[in-house]
Design a protein around this ligand. Structure first.
Ligand code: PLP
Length: 443
């Protein structure tokens, strides 16, 4: 299959079949191979490990060792050496369009930057390896990745999502998704029976999980949820933004898709907005999501992809350090006179600790929340007194952030009004504790 610039395989035509209703069916050749692999065919031994061929793995097969640990792959940015110069940091491909062969074909695999980009592919390749997936699609934000996943489903679509989840996506599912023929049932994600009874056989397309979930850090047992969903023929997607592949690899626990707001830990430096979907297999949903990305122009920019690749090189060391500091901070403030409750999956007192202990390896993440004993006004006042913790939204960067979540989330949020959310950075943990102590004492 050769792509044409104006009529490439992602363009809609009136005689095209609607999106596949069988989301488990293997993807047809069109997108997952022809769109992405052609450029690397010469350097790519066929069927190296028997897994499904895909664009993101193909990019560096000639250079990657299959026994490399995820840390090694991340630190080396996928291990690609630029063949033209020998550069260990690859060039950034900014071209939006590509020359055709003399017979009008595109044999090098790229035709237009809205569908694909070599720098984006390289970051996708690293993420596929880190999550043990078959393919990754990078988007211009986590929300673009998440909403594209839902938009890629066949309609009408019934989906299941947790009551406690990233508020922006909850809002989209509640207010916008119905306009696109997507109906959502919200369930307590920790309640296996509730999940099971929310599934409508033949109608439910996707179970969406976020674990640990914002901002109460509720845990969902991914393997359990996957068993329940798969028994009914339903796919499972996990928003693993907070856990990162350093601590949890949802595809290895049975999930079909992993979502990341790569804006957070994956990039890690608060200077890129990006999102990723990693697919266990290049089934029909992959093709459909690639098509949504291309049609909506939601692909990540090349510059952002290069920054993301750089951020990924230090992912493991950052997340482990942040998890270690968060644990120290959580233990320090549990039982503190100004704090009614510390919410952190690493604490034995946390409602999801048992699942977290099974599911999160090597740490419990860098996010925690605290409920101020004197309520909302004191919570906001104490955040105002902090100097080291920056009062800002987002999470997962190297600098520590504090946020009064219910002000952001507004009415209908399950977030208590006395709660402050903390994103632990890489500063000295003693400095972080001292700043928080003095703010609590003076508010
Ligand atoms: N998922 C989670 C858990 C998030 O915290 C966020 C953003 O805060 C998103 C998804 C959306 O990501 P983005 O802001 O990159 O669109």
């Amino acid at each position: 299959m050769i792509l044409g610039a104006e009529t490439n395989s992602l363009s809609m035509s009136s005689d095209e079949a609607p999106l596949s209703s069988d989301l488990f069916s293997p993807s047809h050749e069109l997108n997952s191979r022809d769109l992405h692999d052609t450029a690397f065919e010469a350097a790519t031994p066929e069927g190296l490990d028997g897994r499904i061929e895909d664009h993101s793995r193909a990019i560096s097969r000639s250079q990657m060792r299959h026994d490399w640990k995820p840390e090694t792959i991340a630190a080396q940015g996928g291990g690609v050496i630029d063949p033209a110069t020998g550069a260990i940091v690859p060039p950034i491909h900014v071209a939006t369009t590509f020359v055709r062969d003399t017979d009008n074909q595109y044999r090098r695999g790229y035709c237009y930057g809205r569908s694909d980009n070599a720098t984006v592919r390289q970051a996708e390749h690293v993420l596929s390896e880190l999550e043990n997936g078959s393919a990754t699609l990078l988007f211009g934000s986590g929300m673009a990745a998440a909403t594209s996943t839902f938009l890629a489903l066949p309609r009408p679509a019934h989906v299941i999502a947790p009551t406690v989840m990233y508020w922006g996506l909850r809002q989209w599912l509640t207010e916008d998704a119905p306009k696109y023929g997507i109906e959502t049932s919200f369930v307590d994600a920790g309640d296996a029976a509730a999940l099971s009874s929310a599934i409508r056989p033949g109608h439910t397309r996707l179970v969406w999980i976020e674990t640990p979930s914002n901002p109460l850090w509720t845990l969902t047992d991914i393997a359990d949820a996957a068993r329940t969903a798969h028994a009914a023929g339903v796919l499972v997607a996990v928003d693993s933004t907070v856990s990162t592949p350093v601590l949890t690899r949802p595809l290895m626990l049975g999930a079909d898709l992993v979502l990341h707001s790569a804006t957070k830990y994956l990039n890690g430096h608060s200077d890129v907005v990006a999102g990723a979907i990693v697919f266990a297999k290049t089934h029909a949903l992959f093709d459909s999501a690639a098509r949504v990305r291309s049609m909506l122009g939601a692909i990540l920019g090349a510059m952002e992809a290069a920054l993301l690749l750089r951020g990924l090189r230090t992912l493991h060391i950052r997340v482990r350090h942040q998890s270690h500091s968060a644990m120290i901070i959580a233990r320090h403030f549990e039982g503190h006179p100004a704090i009614a409750q510390v919410l952190y999956p690493g604490l034995e007192s946390h409602h999801g600790h048992d699942i977290a202990a099974r599911q999160m390896k090597g740490g419990f993440g860098g996010m925690l929340s605290m409920r101020h004993r004197k309520g909302e006004v004191s919570a906001i006042a104490s955040a105002a007194k902090m100097t080291l913790w920056k009062r800002a939204t987002s999470l997962g960067g190297v600098e520590s952030l504090v946020e009064h979540r219910s002000s952001i989330e507004g009415p209908g949020s399950p977030c208590p009004s006395d709660l402050l959310r903390f994103s632990v950075g890489l500063e000295d943990v003693g400095d972080l504790i001292a700043d928080l102590e003095s703010a609590l004492a003076s508010a």
